[in-house]
Design a protein around this ligand. Structure first.
Ligand code: KIV
Length: 275
């Protein structure tokens, strides 16, 4: 069955955990869909993991549309959420609406995600009023890395924790169907999760959130530029890939690949006429 916003709401009501991973291409999305993931986020983390930028600031609408449509082609039952990139919604409600529409029409998204609390609630309301589901994102919001002064755990002081609770309630009130909580103390995430009627999706926010998300290269050990504390390596695919690449280089260099079973035949009488 296709996962939708209703799946998210029903999971919250029944206390069933939701699963999300990021993906940015057709074949990875297809594998995740077959594995039964509830939703894929085409995150603007693609700026780091796919495009090699230091942060997500340079990611464009065209990048998100390109990768969103590829992921959508690889999914059957999985819900596809596409990130709104930096400055595609902060500038105005109008820009937010136009760009969310493009992510749906051209990027084939089922929902969009944007970062921020009370300051982007007008945008969340306008986008949801237009029939586009919005996932909110609070805590360590990477598009604000320059304002935060680096990747820091958020919500540790009383004031910051109260602000996060207020923002979570505000994005829910504005119409968000779920909210990502990134890099905040587990006990604060648990309080927010209890206060909200929409599901919380944690990343570095403990196991009392209603669901979890990870960047797929982090959980497969494929990205070594920066390894967050919360990122459990579920498989060492990075090492497997490097071993396979090295084996390929060796076999091609020594002439053992391609072997006869990898080659195509031609009839001898055709061959004779070629000499
Ligand atoms: O862009 C992204 O991958 C994200 C997740 C880390 C939540 O926003």
């Amino acid at each position: 069955m296709k996962n939708t916003v209703r799946t998210f709401q029903m999971a919250k009501e029944k206390g069933e955990k939701l699963t999300m991973l990021t993906a940015y291409d057709y074949s990875t999305a297809k594998l995740m869909d077959e594995a039964g993931i509830n939703a894929i986020l085409v995150g603007d983390s693609l700026g780091n993991t796919m495009l090699g930028y230091e942060d997500t600031i340079s990611v464009t609408m065209e990048d998100m549309i390109h990768h969103g449509a590829a992921v959508a082609r690889g999914t059957t039952n999985t819900m596809v959420v596409v990130d709104m990139p930096f400055m595609s919604y902060q500038t105005s409600v109008y820009d937010a609406l136009v760009n969310a529409g493009r992510l749906m029409k051209e990027g084939r998204a089922n929902a969009v995600k944007l970062e921020g609390g009370a300051s982007v609630c007008e945008q969340i309301k306008a986008i949801t009023d237009a029939g586009i589901p919005v996932m909110a994102h609070l805590g360590l919001t990477p598009q604000s890395i320059n304002a935060f002064g680096g990747n820091r755990v958020q919500g540790k002081s009383e004031e910051a924790a109260k602000q996060l609770i207020a923002d979570a309630l505000a994005v829910q009130e504005a119409g968000a169907f779920a909210v990502v909580l990134e890099c905040i103390p587990a006990k604060l995430a648990a309080i927010i999760t209890k206060k909200l009627s929409i599901p919380t999706i944690g990343i570095g926010a403990g196991n009392e959130c209603d669901g979890q998300i990870l960047v797929y290269q982090d959980m497969l050990g494929m990205f070594s530029d920066y390894i967050p504390k919360f990122a459990k390596k579920f498989a060492d695919v990075g090492t497997m890939m490097k071993t396979a690449f090295a084996d390929y280089i060796k076999e091609v260099s020594e002439g053992s690949y391609p072997a006869p079973e990898h080659t195509f035949k031609i009839d001898d009488d055709v061959l004779d006429k070629l000499y």
